[in-house]
Design a protein around this ligand. Structure first.
Ligand code: SAM
Length: 242
């Protein structure tokens, strides 16, 4: 998979080269290119933003540097990811979908966001996905891109040392999209706290049943929306006005 990032803070993306993604780059599984958007500016101040048409606070990212970057990087046919709080929520299912793409190009917003025409133009050349990390506002898209990248690349065949660890994870299809059960390691007693007996029993059927039960109980308590996906999260808290 090839990954491109268009940002005005390339240093922010340095952690991509650490740990497992770093190894995947060395092994050739991943090709990663971080680009400074200011490379495609031509004025003395290397300007990437301007005031919004229609007025209002803040600045908007100009279209021209993105347009030149699209041409130079030949984004045609890629999947362009625009990180934005107004995008579709990022989920494990979306991470899995993106892991099937050959090339992802991330456009990382700052200020009040990116001129809409950048997205409209990109959509004539590539698949455009506007993605939100959650219902809160970050200063820029870099942190969102790091999170999306990590969730996507760990699903690439050959990325994880032990692919079995992907199977029972929270939100995975194979676990029914439930949250994972609690996990324990040695010692069996620590500061007066015991590991549940069943995990020491060696009885795999009982262990499996206990884990399933814990998974369902935890999901019901913390994320009931996952058990009843037709109900949007928090919907049951809304009391209609009378
Ligand atoms: N004015 C924008 C709005 O209200 O939607 C927020 C702009 S935010 C200060 C600057 C940039 O941070 C956005 O363009 C986007 O790239 C990124 N960003 C902020 N929150 C995000 C989120 N929840 N998910 C993904 N990207 C986010």
């Amino acid at each position: 998979m090839r990954l491109d990032y268009l940002t005005i803070f390339p240093d922010y993306l340095a952690p991509l080269r650490l740990s497992l993604p770093g190894k995947a780059i060395e092994s050739g599984l991943l090709e990663l290119h971080v680009h400074d958007l200011r490379e495609w500016t031509h004025d003395r101040h290397r300007t990437v933003d301007d005031t919004p048409y229609g007025g209002g606070a803040g600045m908007v990212m100009k279209p021209e540097p993105f347009g030149e970057a699209f041409d130079a990087l030949a984004i045609d046919g890629a999947t362009v990811i625009v990180t934005t709080p107004s995008g579709e929520p990022f989920t494990q299912a979306l991470a899995r979908e993106l892991s099937t793409r050959e090339r992802l190009v991330f456009l990382l917003g700052r200020y009040e966001g990116i001129d809409q025409r950048v997205l409209d133009h990109a959509a004539t050349r590539a698949e455009v996905r506007e993605i939100s990390l959650g219902d809160y506002v970050l200063n820029g898209g870099e942190v969102a891109a790091l999170a999306i990248t990590e969730a996507v690349v760990r699903l690439l065949p050959g990325f994880m040392g032990n692919a079995a660890s992907l199977v029972e994870e929270s939100h995975s299809e194979s676990s029914g999209r439930l949250l994972e059960y609690p996990v324990y390691t040695k010692p069996a007693t620590w500061r007066g706290l015991e590991v549940p007996d069943v995990l020491l029993s060696g009885n795999h059927a009982r262990i499996e049943a206990w884990r399933q039960e814990q998974s369902v109980a935890r999901t019901a308590q913390r994320r009931p929306d996952l058990l009843h996906p037709s109900r949007a999260m928090g919907e049951w808290d809304i009391v209609p006005a009378v």
